[in-house]
Design a protein around this ligand. Structure first.
Ligand code: PMP
Length: 296
């Protein structure tokens, strides 16, 4: 699904066959989850292949590397150029881009490595959570404590938490998990941010225990441009009682409606909510049909 015998990846300066891209058994990243990554989307637009918010994603990759002390020897411009080249070499225009900065050096000691490695892969990926409004459940697993890890960095090891929470929710028959922070406030999904609508306004968790998503920030900008009030605040799951609707946002998921959270069923179907209006604006923006929020 992700690659076949023709697929090329970028690995430490070379474009090589995906089948030949390997990682040694003693790589520090493999043992300790000590790596960082990005999830980026390219769209096939009227102006050609266009990577959405490449700068913001590669700035975050740089931030994530520096937050954990992992060397990254590529500039934002170089990373962007490699992304476009890799898409072209794989004949992809509408695709997901996965850069992974990691430490391949055999290094079993718990100290930062002196050299870093870079893998980049591209593949065709439909909307990560599908198109149907989701049934969420509040997870028994919390988001990692931000005093234990740099939670705004996209560190591979943090995703053990995401995998465990998502699988636990699916095991109980739900579509996805909704995780609380260490104080019992709603934080986010395993791979997407969460918004709810009440009285014509939108609410979402503030920074602190979440990955402040690039899609989340784009949706906030689009909402404000459309005259919709957005408030970032801490809220408990009980506050979702009486909400009109909810949705999640992420590069892979884009904008996806939420039908319910445990026994709270949102008043309106997603199609009739502000989330659906913003999803339309988001599509227009990524397709280069509007430009306003692109600048932010
Ligand atoms: N939260 C988490 C935990 C994520 O993994 C993601 C996906 N990167 C998001 C939120 C959404 O971030 P973005 O909109 O930048 O993709």
């Amino acid at each position: 699904m992700y690659f076949d015998s023709n697929t090329l990846v970028f690995l430490d300066g070379d474009y090589i066959s995906a089948e030949q891209a390997t990682c040694g058994a003693y790589a520090q990243s493999l043992h300790y989850g000590y790596a960082v990554f990005e999830g980026i989307r390219a769209y096939h637009t009227a102006q050609g292949t266009r990577i959405f918010k490449a700068r913001e994603h590669y700035e975050r990759l740089h931030y994530s590397c520096s937050a954990i002390g992992l060397p990254l020897n590529y500039s934002i411009e170089e990373l962007t150029e490699i992304s476009y080249d890799l898409l072209a070499k794989n004949n992809l225009t509408d695709a997901y881009i996965r850069p992974l900065a990691f430490a391949a050096t055999p290094h079993m000691t718990l100290t930062t490595p002196t050299t870093g490695n870079l893998l980049m892969a591209v593949w065709k990926w439909d909307k990560y959570l599908g198109n149907k409004s989701l049934r969420l459940t509040v997870s028994p697993y919390e988001r990692p404590n931000p005093k234990a890890v740099p939670i705004e960095a996209k560190v591979s090891g943090h995703y053990a938490n995401s995998i465990i929470a998502s699988s636990e929710a699916k095991g109980r028959g739900f579509d996805e998990a909704l995780l609380l922070d260490m104080n019992g406030y709603v934080a986010e999904g395993p791979g997407a941010n969460f918004f709810f609508e009440r009285d014509g306004e939108l609410f979402t968790a503030p920074g602190g225990s979440i990955l402040r998503g690039i899609t989340r920030n784009t949706i906030i900008d689009l909402a404000r441009e459309a005259g919709i009030k957005v408030t970032e605040k801490f809220f408990r799951p009980e506050e979702l009682q009486g909400a009109t609707g909810a949705f999640m946002t992420g590069t892979a998921a884009e904008v996806i409606g939420i039908a319910s959270v445990d026994d709270v069923v949102f008043e309106k179907p997603f199609e009739e909510t502000l989330g659906a209006q913003l999803a339309e604006r988001y599509t227009a923006l990524v397709m280069g049909e509007t430009v306003a929020a692109e600048a932010s």
